[in-house]
Structures are given as structure tokens and as C-alpha cells.
Ligand binder design. Structure first.
Ligand code: PLZ
Length: 457
């Protein structure tokens, strides 16, 4: 069934509106209360407090409304209050909030596992385990890979982001703010060069050649037979929405298979229709041994999962995997409803439509700027589906421009558009709208972004 966004009904008016006294008095008062009680290490990029959210709009406590181009970091793909998710949560919570699947199990967990085994790539026999956060899913994928292979080494890549727990900090590339002074880190993690087309020294390097570069380094520095797992984000998220060159992922996956290495695709950010496919690996026909999922999976409720080859997952002894809240019944109900909405609204189709609309507008913008395409402050435009990015540079060079990036995000916010930044060099504007956003709202948001870049370039 195909539904276009124009057929989606919204509870809140889909329009941005910013009052003169932004941020307003209630948000300012909450900021003061917060400073006295919330640890400074938790930062928020937007200085307002949320009252309501629906479709592509977030309302704050002072009556401002914002166009949401971030989805709470790629989570609310079906919207922040999708009626099906809200209904399923209400229904579930009236019966039981928790029993613990490891004590007294319930159907929702099993039903989510059935859906994930169906939706993830490959028609092999699969098994699923549910957790709470993306980092927890990554930790457990590595646990399974190590147990199943009897090997220790884990390979991650430049610009990778996998979480904030000890092992996932080790897997994450960027020191500030994720790792600095938080060590020592988990051992046996090795970092290899990524395929980053915009920043390759040799712009002609193919995906297969970039894979060969990493594979040779693994062979020389670790030895293929020592490696338990290769973990990679098929499109890197926090690291800068980096889409590797075609052929990079398949070549790595093929080599991993040859060497008995578990190939883990971290689809925490890129999964669940975000890129116009259920999973970003589908664009290249790669079938991972284990796939990690979270964020978009449950319409905003905390749930994460690993799904993988039955022989790997079933190698673990009973009791070796789990956690008190993993696969919470309310979160499972939300996941089943979100997956239903993704299918009903054809959100893969919506994500492809967003790509077409937004990439077209961004390319026009680059051509209009001083220096034009290839010579302006827009160094690169990339991404898939509704996971799109602009890499900002000093005009006519590849020198990162994090100052401009910050200024553009701040200017957008003032006009009522929430835009997130990312990237190893802090110079990437990323677009992650809810997939249910209307065309009009998205176009309005893109015009604000275009004006902010023009004014600050
Ligand atoms: N793997 C690919 O993108 C989470 C976190 C931002 P959790 N990314 C956003 C921040 O500053 O904390 C992420 C991801 C990928 C793993 C994770 C971790 O997921 O649910 O945040 O633990």
C-alpha cells in the first residue's frame, strides 16, 4: 500500500512559528533549573524545552514551533506521536509495563524477533536478541562474534561512531567529546582506513581498491585469522554521513566471509527506511552476519536489537545474553506498530522522495553560491534517502569549515528550523527529517537552510 505524506493526517498544525523573545521565558527558567541539577556533561544543542511534537513539527513550552530536520537523531521516522504507536503503547501499558523476558516471557518480544528476521537482509536462518540502546546492541554483537569465532580482535573504521560505553568508545573514532579522558579503553580494537570519497587523496580510488587498502592493513597488522569481527556503519552517521564508494562494503564482506570473520553492519542510525531501504546495506546487496538496530525501530520508545545468523547467535550458552529491560513489552508494542506504519505509509518510498526533493534543492543552492558547484563553501553533497548531508569547506578548497557549520545551524534555529551537525571535523550539516514530514514543510525548511548558507558564506 502506498501512502504519500499528503494523505497522512497530523494532530498539530505543520507550520513553523518563532516568537520575538526566543528562547522564551519558560525555556529560560527550565535552563536555570536544569543547570542546578543536571550534570554539565549532558549537552543539548537546542535551548528550548519541548511541549509537543507531531509529524515534522516540534512545539516548545513558550509557543514556538520548529521544523524538525533531526528526528531526535534519526529516531522518530514515523513521527514523534504516530497514532498507531501511541495506540499500541497505551494498549500495552494498561496490561503490564514489565515482567522481564528472562523471567516470565511475553508474545511481543517473539513477534518483534519474527519481524526483524523477516525484514533484515538474507533468507538464511536467523535469530534475534532485544536490548535498550544502540551501544548495548553493538556490545552484544561483538560478544557473540567473539564467542562464536573464539577470536579476540575487532576491526572498526576511521570516522566510526558506535556508542558511549567502554567497548563502544573504543570502537568510536573521535576523541572529543566521546573519548577524551574517559580511558582506558577496551583492548583488541583496531582501526582501519574508511572509504571517504570526498577526502581521498586519490579521488579516482574505487570502492574495491579502498577495501583492498583496509584488508592489506588488517592482514599485515593483525592477521585475518585473528579477527573475530569487522564492524562498520554502511553509511557513517556521527562521523559525517560518509557514503563509502560503491563496492567497498561488498568487497569487505566477501573477504570477511573467506576468513571466517563476522561482518557486523551497525545500522543503528541508517536502518528502518531511513535511506529508502529497510537497511542501508540493501543498496549494495550486502548480507551481514549480524546487524545492529535501534533508533527508528520503535517510534521513539527505547529498544534495540541484534539479528544475525542462527549458528552464531545460538552458539551462546543460555543466560549469556540478556538484561533486565531488554525487549520491554511496551517498547515491543511500539516497534510492531512502527514497523506497521512504515509499511502502511511506504516510508521507503517517502525517503526516496525526500532524497530527490532535497538533493535537487541543495545542488541548485551550490550552483548559485559564489564559486559555484565545486568551488563554493559547499564541498560535497551526499547521502541516501532521508539521510543527507552537506560538507562545508573554505570556498574553493577542502579545508573544513566548522565555524560556518555552527553559524548555519544557529541561523536556522532562529528561523525555527532544527538542523543537526556532525562529522569528524564538525563541518557537516545533516538532514534527518521524520519520514512523514510533508513536502511543504520540508521545502520551507530547505529554503531556510539555503538562506542561512547564503547569508553566512
Ligand atoms: N551506532 C551508528 O549512530 C547513536 C548518538 C549521539 P545509542 N548515534 C547518536 C550521541 O552524541 O550520543 C549510535 C549510532 C550508531 C551506535 C549508536 C549508539 O546508540 O542508542 O545512543 O547507544
Amino acid at each position: 500500500m502506498t501512502t504519500t505524506a499528503s494523505e497522512i493526517t497530523y494532530r498539530l498544525e505543520q507550520k513553523r512559528r518563532i516568537q520575538a523573545d526566543f528562547p522564551g521565558p519558560k525555556s529560560l527558567a527550565l535552563t536555570e533549573r536544569r543547570k542546578a541539577v543536571v550534570a554539565a556533561g549532558v549537552a543539548s544543542s537546542v535551548p528550548v524545552y519541548v511541549a509537543d511534537a507531531d509529524g515534522g513539527i516540534i512545539h516548545d513550552v513558550d509557543g514556538n514551533s520548529f521544523i524538525d530536520l533531526g528526528s531526535g537523531i534519526a529516531v522518530t521516522s514515523v513521527g514523534a506521536s504516530d497514532p498507531a504507536v501511541v495506540g499500541a503503547v497505551k494498549e500495552a501499558v494498561e496490561h503490564f509495563t514489565h515482567t522481564c523476558f528472562m523471567v516470565t516471557p511475553y508474545e511481543g518480544y517473539v513477534a518483534v524477533a519474527e519481524q526483524l528476521n523477516r525484514l533484515t537482509p538474507g533468507d538464511h536462518e536467523k535469530r534475534t536478541v532485544l536490548f535498550n540502546s544502540g551501544a548495548e546492541a553493538v556490545e552484544n554483537a561483538v560478544k557473540v562474534a567473539r564467542l562464536a569465532t573464539g577470536r579476540d580482535a575487532v576491526v572498526a573504521f576511521d570516522h566510526a561512531y558506535h556508542g558511549r560505553t567502554n567497548l563502544t568508545m573504543a570502537l568510536t573514532a573521535k576523541a572529543m567529546p566521546y573519548k577524551t579522558n574517559f580511558g582506558p579503553f577496551a583492548p583488541e580494537v583496531y582501526r582501519m582506513p574508511m572509504s571517504y570519497p570526498f577526502r581521498e587523496e586519490n579521488p579516482e580510488i574505487t570502492g574495491a581498491e579502498a577495501a583492498k587498502r583496509a584488508i592489506t592493513m588488517i592482514e599485515k597488522q593483525i592477521g585475518g585469522e585473528q579477527v573475530a569481527a569487522i564492524i562498520i556503519e554502511p553509511i557513517q552517521g556521527e562521523g559525517g554521513f560518509i557514503v563509502p564508494a560503491d563496492g567497498f562494503l561488498p568487497a569487505l564482506a566477501d573477504w570477511a566471509k573467506e576468513k571466517g570473520i563476522v561482518f557486523i553492519a551497525d545500522e543503528v542510525q541508517s536502518g528502518f527506511c531511513r535511506t529508502g531501504e529497510w537497511f542501508a546495506v540493501n543498496h549494495e546487496g550486502v548480507v551481514p552476519d549480524i546487524i545492529t538496530m535501534a533508533k527508528g525501530i520503535a517510534g521513539g520508545m527505547p529498544l534495540s536489537a541484534i539479528t544475525g545468523r542462527a549458528d552464531l547467535l545460538d552458539a551462546v550458552h543460555p543466560g549469556g545474553l540478556g538484561g533486565t529491560y531488554g525487549g520491554n513489552p511496551v517498547a515491543c508494542a511500539a516497534a510492531l506498530a512502527s514497523i506497521g506504519s512504515m509499511e502502511e505509509y511506504n516510508l521507503n518510498g517517502r525517503a526516496k522522495h525526500i532524497e530527490e526533493l532535497a538533493l535537487g534543492r541543495l545542488r541548485e543552492l551550490a550552483a548559485e553560491l559564489p564559486g559555484g558547484t565545486g568551488g563554493s563553501v559547499i564541498g560535497d553533497i551526499r547521502g541516501r534517502g532521508a539521510m543527507l548531508a552537506i560538507e562545508l569547506v573554505q570556498a574553493g578548497s577542502k579545508e573544513p569549515n566548522p565555524e560556518l557549520t555552527k553559524a548555519v545551524a544557529a541561523a536556522c534555529l532562529k528561523e525555527g528550523v532544527i538542523i543537526l551537525t556532525c562529522g569528524t571535523y564538525g563541518n557537516v550539516i545533516r538532514l534527518l527529517p521524520p519520514l512523514v514530514i510533508s513536502d511543504d514543510l520540508l521545502k520551507d525548511g530547505l529554503e531556510v537552510l539555503a538562506a542561512a548558507i547564503r547569508a553566512n558564506a
